[in-house]
Write a protein that binds this ligand. Structure first.
Ligand SMILES: [Zn+2]
Length: 66
């Protein structure tokens, strides 16, 4: 499982919408979230990319790898 950076929900990469930004894959629960990400990718991806992690600031729950 991974985190939708727009709404913070857990999503399954196997059936989620995805978008590649600056070499990182991001996954979204709905087209609405993906559209929002595409409008402001820096807002959602920027903090995480700068910190070297895939998760945005404000998401405290780290997914457990399966
Ligand atoms: Zn979402």
């Amino acid at each position: 499982m991974t985190i939708d950076p727009v709404c913070g929900k857990e999503v399954n990469p196997e059936n989620a919408l995805s978008e590649n930004f600056e070499g990182h894959d991001f996954f979204f629960c709905t087209e609405k979230c993906r559209d929002e990400f595409n409008r402001h990718p820096d807002r959602y991806a920027g903090e995480g990319l700068r910190a070297g992690v895939q998760y945005p600031m404000g998401v405290s729950k780290v997914p457990i790898p399966e």
